[in-house]
Design a protein around this ligand. Structure first.
Ligand code: FAD
Length: 408
C-alpha cells in the first residue's frame, strides 16, 4: 500500500502522523516538508526562542529518534509541487514523485508581503520559521531603532521582546487599536497600556507608504501622513496567506484556504486538508462568517485537526468541532482566548485592573472569553463553550455569580 503522504511537516502534519501511529495505522506514512529542521513548534519563535530563553532543541516536537521508531518517513528540504489526482501521485521538487492512498495538505500559511517600495531592502524582516527567527535574533543584536508594521499577535510579541532589551520600538497599525480583528476593544485597550508601560510607542490609523533606504539598507519608514520614522530593523507582521496553491492548481476549491467539509475532506475523497491552510465549517463560527466557515491559525487547531483526521483514517470518523483556544505572551502578560468572536460581538468585563476577562456575546450567546491573569475564567470558559451551557450577559457581569458552579 502507498499509505498516507503529508505535504507540510509542521504542527498539523506532524500531529497527524503521530496520531495515526497511536491509532494503530500500519501503512507507510511520509511527511514531506520544505524546511530543513525536524518538525518544530512556532510559538516560541516570537517569545522564548527570540528572547534567548530556549534553544533549537527546545522547539522540536519530538527528538530525532521518534521518526525511525514510529516508521514515519520525514523528508526534509523537499517541496510538493503538484498533485496528479488521477494517478494519485504527489510530485516533488527533486523531480521524483510519491504514490499515495491518501494525501493530506498541511502546508500552513506564509507571511503576507508588505506591498510598498523598499520592502525588499536589507533590514526589513518577517517571522514565520526558524530561519526567520535566527535572522531576526541576529538583527536584534545590532539594531538601534525598531519599527514593527502591524499590531497583531506576532508584531506585539516581538515588540515586547525588543522593548525588554531597552531598544526603542514603534508599532505602526492601520486600525485604531491593537489586535483589532482578534480581540475586544477592552482587551485591546489593556494591551495598548501594557505596551506603553514597557516603553513601546504606537502609531494607530497609520499607513506605510514606503521603506526608506540608505546605502542599500532600510533606514526608515514613510507614513501616509508625511511622517518618517527612523529604523534600521523593520518587522512586518501584517497577517498571513494560506498555502493553497497545490490544491487550487489541482482543481480543488481553495479560495482563502483549502476548502474542506466537516470531516476535513476535500471534494476528492483521497485528499484532506488540516491546519492553517484549511477552510472548514465549525458550529463555533455560526453568525461570524457568511457561510459559517473559518480558517484558524493556532496550535490548538493544528493539533485537534491532525487528531480528527487520524481518527477518520483509522476507521473512527467524526466531524470536527473542537473548541478553538489560543494564547499570546506579551512581556509579563499572558492573553488567553477561548471561543471565536468577531468585532461585532458584545463585551462584558469581569474582574478589574491587570486581572480580568472579557466575555463576548453574539446573538445573545456566549461566543468567546478573553482573559488576562484569570486562568480560572479561561478554564471555565472552555467548559461552558464546549458544553454549550447558557450564560447571560447579566450573569457574566455579576461578580457574585457562581461561574464555576455553572461549569461543573
Ligand atoms: P505550519 O506549522 O506552518 O507548517 C506547515 C509546513 O508546511 C511549513 O513547514 C511549510 O514550510 C511547509 N510547506 C508549505 N508548502 C509546502 C509544500 N508545497 N511542500 C512541502 N512543505 C510545504 N499559535 C498559537 O496557538 N499560540 C501562539 O502563541 C502562537 N504563536 C506563533 C508565533 C509565530 C512566530 C508563528 C509564526 C505562529 C504562531 N502561532 C501560534 C500559530 C501556529 O504556530 C500555527 O497555527 C501552526 O504552526 C499551524 O500549523 P500548520 O501545520 O498548519 O502550519
Amino acid at each position: 500500500s502507498a499509505g498516507v503522504v503529508v505535504a507540510g511537516a509542521g504542527q498539523a502534519g506532524f500531529q497527524l502522523a503521530a496520531s495515526l501511529r497511536e491509532g494503530g495505522f500500519r501503512d507507510p506514512i511520509t511527511l514531506v516538508g520544505d524546511e530543513a529542521a525536524l518538525p518544530y513548534q512556532r510559538p516560541p519563535l516570537s517569545k522564548a526562542y527570540l528572547a534567548g530563553k530556549t534553544d533549537q532543541e527546545g522547539l522540536f516536537l519530538r527528538p530525532p529518534g521518534f521518526f525511525a521508531e514510529h516508521a514515519v518517513a520525514h523528508r526534509p528540504g523537499l517541496r510538493a509541487v503538484a498533485i496528479d489526482r488521477d494517478a494519485r501521485r504527489l510530485q516533488l521538487s527533486d523531480g521524483t514523485d510519491l504514490p499515495y492512498d491518501h494525501l493530506v495538505l498541511a502546508t500552513g500559511a506564509r507571511n503576507r508581503p508588505l506591498p510598498v517600495p523598499g520592502a525588499e531592502l536589507a533590514g526589513v524582516r518577517q517571522l514565520r520559521g526558524l530561519a526567520d527567527a535566527d535572522a531576526l535574533k541576529e538583527s536584534l543584536a545590532t539594531a538601534r531603532a525598531i519599527v514593527v508594521v502591524g499590531a497583531g499577535f506576532i508584531g506585539l510579541e516581538f515588540a515586547a521582546v525588543a522593548a525588554a532589551r531597552g531598544l526603542p520600538v514603534t508599532v505602526i497599525e492601520a486600525a485604531e487599536r491593537p489586535m483589532a480583528r482578534a480581540v475586544s476593544s477592552e482587551m485591546g485597550a489593556f494591551f495598548r497600556r501594557a505596551h506603553a508601560a514597557m516603553g513601546v510607542r504606537f502609531a494607530f490609523g497609520a499607513g506605510v507608504t514606503a521603506i526608506v533606504g540608505r546605502d542599500g539598507r532600510a533606514a526608515g519608514v514613510a507614513l501616509a501622513d508625511g511622517r518618517e520614522l527612523a529604523a534600521d530593523l523593520i518587522l512586518v507582521g501584517i497577517g498571513v496567506l494560506p498555502n493553497r496553491e497545490l490544491a487550487a492548481e489541482a482543481g480543488l476549491p481553495a479560495e482563502d484556504g483549502v476548502r474542506v467539509d466537516a470531516f476535513l475532506a476535500t471534494p476528492d475523497p483521497a485528499i484532506s486538508a488540516i491546519g492553517d491552510c484549511a477552510r472548514f465549517p465549525i458550529p463555533f463560527a455560526r453568525g461570524l462568517t457568511p457561510d459559517g466557515t473559518v480558517r484558524i491559525e493556532s496550535v490548538q487547531n493544528a493539533i485537534d485537526q491532525g487528531r480528527c483526521l487520524a481518527a477518520r483514517l483509522t476507521g473512527k470518523p467524526a466531524s470536527y468541532g473542537a473548541l478553538p483556544w489560543f494564547w499570546s505572551d506579551q512581556g509579563p502578560h499572558k492573553l488567553q482566548i477561548a471561543g471565536l468572536s468577531g468585532p461585532g460581538d458584545a463585551s462584558v468585563v469581569r474582574g478589574t485592573g491587570d486581572a480580568f476577562s472579557v466575555f463576548r456575546f453574539r446573538d445573545g450567546h456566549l461566543s468567546a472569553v478573553e482573559s488576562v491573569a484569570r486562568a480560572g475564567d479561561h478554564m471555565i470558559a472552555r467548559r461552558l463553550l464546549t458544553a454549550g451551557t447558557p450564560l447571560t450577559p447579566d450573569q457574566a457581569a455579576d461578580p457574585d455569580f457562581d461561574l464555576k458552579g455553572l461549569a461543573l
